[in-house]
Design a protein around this ligand. Structure first.
Ligand code: SF4
Ligand code: SF4
Length: 345
């Protein structure tokens, strides 16, 4: 294990940025999001939950596939090259876990080549959560934010003035070697303090208000859950704004569109939301014509359909929807309702 003094972190950013595009949680205005680091950027490693998840880096909100140009009767096509190698520093365990859930979909046959390329070029550095928030419930989905998460190339922990650093993959080891003297070896006493820190985080998780949320409490078969009367009640408050899907690290629906100018244009994909009334609109119309069907689709997908396909829930308990839904209709309420606990809505 290695370490670096926190007041030397800007040297670390500089060194990494020599060879990679470096994404860090950066304050812009009053919000913190993952952005490309430049000298003088206001890096914020304390904010637990960025507004947007780092999904945006791997699977951008808008991504151009190809450009086309008309020359007389000829149409010239240019496939847009993917980005170069990049490092994302400061990814929390829930967001690291979300990448695996996206992989299940995009790297399943037929493989999404743009996504695959993007994943290959990225190196993920996780950051343990010292103070999980009241709206966090990652533990309910088997995520342990005090440990090195599966899928991180390097894991880090903050302790006092130090940042501990442990390579987890070949890519992570290579970067660690390339950083040379910037990182120092941890001594035995510090290792012991780190172990105590991990135990402390684990204990704090047990006291969080949502610690008891358990998706396993959802009983019944698919048809029973689909026909449940809870959807009649739950959907009424939904505004169909799509906020929950946009901030969610595991939502992955998108639309493909052409922007056609007079002499050329672009084909691009952009995130879509199952909460929108024109989602998956076809020539004959929309397969889900009511907000009840749309709300049910979102939560059935996260808690039942995805699970049937990939043996895992499509939620990592990050709490973004819990925090952002303007009418407090989030996955926690749905799990409680489907799980049979009659909580106040
Ligand atoms: S559940 Fe909430 S955030 Fe999602 S579309 Fe409905 S109102 Fe918007
Ligand atoms: S459903 Fe909500 S809590 Fe679960 S991963 Fe998405 S935004 Fe996070």
């Amino acid at each position: 294990m290695k370490k670096i003094a926190k007041d030397k972190l800007s040297l670390l950013w500089k060194k990494i940025a020599e060879n990679y595009q470096l994404f860090l949680p950066i304050t812009e205005g009053k919000v913190v999001n993952f952005s490309i680091w430049e000298e003088g950027a206001e890096v914020d490693l304390n904010t637990l939950r960025t507004v947007n998840s780092p999904k945006n880096i791997i699977f951008p909100q808008t991504e151009t596939y190809l450009k086309f140009k008309k020359e007389g009767k000829k149409l010239n096509l240019e496939v847009v090259a993917n980005k170069g190698e990049y490092v994302v520093f400061g990814v929390r365990s829930c967001d690291v876990a979300s990448f695996k859930l996206l992989d299940n979909v995009f790297l399943d046959e037929p493989i999404d080549k743009f996504y695959e390329e993007s994943r290959k070029k990225g190196l993920i550095i996780s950051q343990a959560c010292l103070n999980p928030q009241e709206t966090c419930f990652c533990n309910s989905f088997g995520i342990n934010p005090e440990l090195a998460p599966e899928g991180a190339d390097i894991s880090t922990w903050e302790l006092g003035d130090l940042l501990f650093w442990e390579a987890q993959s070949e890519k992570g080891k290579n970067l660690t070697e390339a950083l040379g003297d910037i990182l120092e070896e941890v001594i035995e006493d510090e290792q012991e303090k780190l172990n105590q820190l991990k135990t402390g985080i684990k204990d704090r998780l047990k006291d969080l208000p949502l610690a008891q949320i358990n998706p396993e409490t959802i009983g019944g078969d698919l048809k029973e859950i689909f026909d449940s009367e809870i959807w009649d009640e739950l959907h009424r408050r939904c505004l169909g704004c799509g906020m929950c899907t946009y901030v969610c690290p595991t939502c992955h629906c998108y639309d493909v569109k052409d922007y056609d100018g007079n002499k050329g244009g672009e084909r691009f994909r952009c995130w879509d939301s199952c909460m929108f009334s024109d989602f998956t609109m076809m020539a004959h119309g929309n397969p889900r014509t009511t907000q009840k069907e749309r709300v049910r689709q979102r939560f059935m997908h996260k808690l039942v359909y995805y699970t049937n396909n990939y043996k895992s829930y499509a939620c990592v308990g990050c709490g973004r929807c819990t925090e952002k839904c303007p009418v407090s209709l989030d996955i926690v309420k749905v799990i409680k309702k489907l799980g049979g606990e009659r909580n106040e809505l």
